[in-house]
Design a protein around this ligand. Structure first.
Ligand SMILES: [Zn+2]
Length: 456
């Protein structure tokens, strides 16, 4: 637990002593001291914390024993619902959730209301995020106007306003000729096209993955081929155009086989996977619980295994949450009526450290897939623990057992099957520049221990 009672929210100096620091891009994994002055990392190494650095109003000293420090995370895929559905989430609550999850950069998808398909909306989102402060917001602009899949957006305008990629996420660009032109056009502006790979013709009325569980439940199934066929087609278009292409929330073994082969041939393709597709299969839906309804659907255990293997071997570049907040109105209802999606920003560390602990996911891959790899996809400077770097740093307690409750979340929504469960591993501190963007409250009642007297 990190005691902030003495320090200001913007201390001049932060000292992390005897902390395990992990930054694969810097070939760093060892127990060191980290000294931060005026929002920059000035010293990293054994004995870097000199005895003159004592805790005070202006110096925050953190005893890092048992804790991990890593670059703060980059999420390529979030839904902040602003403009349009601020009752589910807005930019302020979304950024607060991001900081609490250890993130310093987030990319909101354009399926807002109205759709983010113009310079004006992109600019307004960026301006609102600056006003709020905390993690940086990099909007993903729409690839086609109104996400209608008919005509392309003015991508130069979107880029100039701050968009880092284009996508019709939530919808797939199904028309091949339009997708080819989207790739060609986006390439001119060095924007990757992010595809939500779903052949809508094959998924009409589909409620979950097409398989034995869907048959048992009598629900209309969503075939893997709806995802695989779009990825296969897109890879041919990437080969034709040479344009950078990114697959959102990949979920099938078949799509991964295609991506692996495309990468081996040097095509400029990247992919992301969500925590839920790494942790859950269609078996989870057997009680018709709408919390498990998600797009693309939870697949079979063999697909989960394929996603894990692809994340480890680098076929999947990045972990992205697809943070999709919904109110109880959209989730406390019949399965077929429920909106797909679940929240993820504040659950990445509690949920995914399980894969690190059991040896499935090397810690270095976990860090890279949340930092350098997604930063590269959108062309931003990756958060780093290098000396001289601006501070974008997350401190994790890998051993802390705690229950994640709706009340402890910064997000306005709590739609996730991982909420209400006990997890091991938590984000303790997120430092962004000179700001303490997040510090875990010392009196979290969800600790499973008697709450301490709350501070005034
Ligand atoms: Zn999507």
């Amino acid at each position: 637990m990190i005691d902030l009672s003495q320090a200001s929210r913007r201390p001049d100096t932060v000292v992390l002593t005897s902390i395990r620091a992990i930054d694969p891009a810097e070939q760093l994994d060892g127990t060191v001291d980290i000294v931060i002055e005026q929002g920059r990392i000035t010293r990293v190494g054994e004995g870097a914390a000199t005895p003159d650095l004592k805790a005070s109003d202006e110096v925050l000293v953190v005893d890092g024993q048992g804790l991990w420090a890593m670059p703060a995370f980059v999420d390529l895929h979030v839904h902040f619902r602003e403009p349009g559905h601020e009752y589910k989430e807005d930019i302020a609550s979304g950024l607060a959730a991001a900081a609490a999850g250890g993130f310093s950069h987030v990319c909101p998808m354009p399926n807002t209301k109205p759709v983010n398909d113009t310079r004006g909306i992109t600019e307004a989102m960026v301006a609102r995020a600056r006003e709020v402060g905390g993690p940086q917001l990099h909007p993903v602009g729409a690839a086609t106007r109104g996400l209608r899949g008919e005509e392309l957006t003015e991508m130069a305008d979107l880029r100039d306003a701050g968009a880092v990629a284009v996508s019709d996420d939530g919808r797939c660009v199904v028309d091949s000729s339009l997708m080819r032109r989207a790739l060609e056009y986006a390439r001119t502006f060095e924007l990757p096209v992010i595809q939500h790979a779903e052949d809508h013709g094959s998924t009409q009325g589909a409620q979950m993955h097409e398989g034995e569980v869907a048959t048992r439940l009598g629900l209309r199934g969503w075939p893997r081929a709806a995802e695989d066929s779009i990825v296969a087609r897109d890879l041919l278009l990437v080969e034709t155009t040479g344009a950078p292409y990114h697959v959102a929330h990949v979920s099938t073994a078949g799509a991964l086989r295609l991506l692996r082969e495309a990468k081996a041939r040097g095509l400029p393709v990247t992919a992301e996977v969500t925590p839920h597709h790494l942790m859950l299969s269609h078996e989870a839906l057997q009680d018709y619980d709408p919390l498990y309804k998600v797009n693309p659907p939870l697949r079979e255990p063999t697909d989960v295994e394929a996603c894990r293997a692809a994340l480890v071997d680098g076929t999947i570049d990045a972990i992205a949450t697809d943070h999709a907040p919904h109110s109880s109105m959209e989730k406390d209802c019949e399965f077929v009526e429920a909106a797909p999606g679940l929240i993820g920003l504040e659950l990445v560390v509690p949920v995914l450290l399980e894969l690190v602990r059991d040896g499935t996911l090397p810690l270095a891959r976990f860090v890279t897939a949340l930092t350098a790899a997604p930063a590269k996809v959108i062309g931003i400077e990756p958060p780093s623990l290098r000396v001289g770097a601006p501070v974008e740093l997350t401190v994790i307690d890998p051993a802390r057992e705690h229950r994640v409750d709706a009340a402890s979340l910064r997000s306005k929504s709590s739609n996730s099957p991982f909420v209400g469960c006990t997890h091991t591993g938590s984000v303790e501190l997120t430092l962004l520049g000179r700001d303490i963007a997040y510090a875990r409250p010392t009196d979290t009642p969800a600790d499973g221990v008697a709450p301490r007297a709350s501070r005034p």
